[in-house]
Design a protein around this ligand. Structure first.
Ligand code: GLU
Length: 366
């Protein structure tokens, strides 16, 4: 059932617990990853690696007990650990005749369309040069408190896979699969081989962050799967410690759980979906129905506006969609409930006649 013959671009995410043993980096494991990636490149595929481990390695070097929870210490550990981590990758890729590159990201970089496009260009160029981009969060500057952090590399890997149009994202961790029941509670829980739709039941049985089976936790893996799915990207969750796991998965072996995508959104809509909203436009039922039928949002359907924002930013439509608005919050308040033909009388000429067009609206629930 699994067939990756046509999967040209592969994203691989490796969790901290997979690439280290007792807080020490496992060089042999990294070498095996590099050699599997080398085989994929020889077979004319492209690979982007998303790696964790900077904080863990830094903590090891500084002899700070893990897990490091203090934010400033985590930043310091990441700054110490990231070059150590890259040294391991560089040595391993060197052995198989490949060059790797370090790319550090913050959520802000992906949220902003211009910096995201810059990043995309850089990675496309690296891939075209036969280089393996090795990505991680820039933990030294991004923190949850200032809203620039991804929180864990699961989400980062899904966003990267999605934004780079990867055909498949392989998430390697100590979570070997999704189970039909919470494996921490039920000894008869069975791994699910393939998932075609993320249902509420799946989310419920997913277990929570910090569980025995979790590094990022199954919940964050499911969130990541949802992001990748919207890009038409298949996701395979697998135990990173299975021998030659990447090679086997790409060859079609039934390892872990595969999540099949449901819809493929355009690049722009994916960017929109994954961008943070700066305000909310509350719309009536008629407008909701129109938007579900892929029609434009008209001022007539607007009930209220909350937040203060400029034209051109991302806003929520109720809780079911995101849109790029053609009007600022002040303008929207003036034209709410009015017919489109009245816009020019109220706001003057040179304004758009709809609030958002279908190319600028994406459903969150679908
Ligand atoms: N970026 C973090 C690190 O390199 C890992 C985040 C995570 O996946 O938990 O240590």
């Amino acid at each position: 059932m699994r067939n990756f013959t046509n999967s040209k671009r592969i994203a691989v995410k490796i969790g901290t617990n997979t690439l280290s043993k007792d807080g020490v980096i496992d060089s042999l494991f990294i070498r095996s990853i590099a050699s599997q990636i080398a085989s994929l490149l020889k077979a004319d595929r492209q690979v982007v690696l998303i790696t964790s481990g900077a904080i863990g390695m830094g903590a090891g070097q500084l002899k700070i007990p893990s897990p490091v929870t203090d934010i400033k210490l985590r930043q310091a550990c990441a700054a110490v650990g990231q070059p150590l981590l890259m040294t391991e990758y560089r040595k391993a890729f060197d052995k198989v005749g490949l060059t790797c590159a370090q790319v550090l990201l913050t959520a802000e970089v992906l949220n902003n369309r211009q910096t995201y496009l810059n990043l995309k260009n850089a990675i496309e160029t690296l891939l075209a040069l036969g280089v393996v981009p090795v990505l991680n969060e820039n933990d030294c500057v991004a923190t949850e408190e200032i809203g620039t952090a991804f929180g864990d590399n699961d989400k980062l890997s899904a966003l990267v896979a999605s934004k780079l149009d990867a055909d498949v994202l392989i998430m390697l961790s100590d979570i070997d699969a999704l189970y039909d029941k919470d494996p921490r509670k039920f000894s008869d829980a069975k791994p699910v081989k393939a998932v075609f739709e993320i249902t509420d039941a799946i989310i419920k049985s997913a277990g929570s962050r910090g569980s025995k089976f979790a590094t990022g936790g199954m919940k964050s893996k499911i969130e990541a799967v949802k992001i990748a799915s919207n890009a038409g990207c298949r996701v395979v969750l697998a135990d990173g410690r299975v021998k030659d796991v990447i090679t086997k998965i790409i060859a079609g072996a039934d390892i872990g759980t595969i999540f099949m995508p449901k819809r493929k959104l355009s690049n722009r809509l994916r960017w929109l979906l994954n961008s943070a909203a700066t305000g909310t436009i509350t719309i009536d039922d008629g407008a909701v129905e129109a938007i579900r039928k892929k029609k434009s949002l008209l001022p007539k359907g607007i009930k209220s506006v909350s937040g203060s924002f400029d034209a051109g930013v991302v806003v929520m439509l109720n809780t079911f969609a995101k849109a790029v608005t053609n009007f600022s919050s002040d303008e929207l308040k003036k034209i709410a409930g009015k017919h489109s033909s009245e816009i020019k009388n109220i706001l003057g000429t040179g304004k758009k006649d709809v609030v958002a067009t279908p190319e600028n609206i994406v459903l969150i629930d679908y």
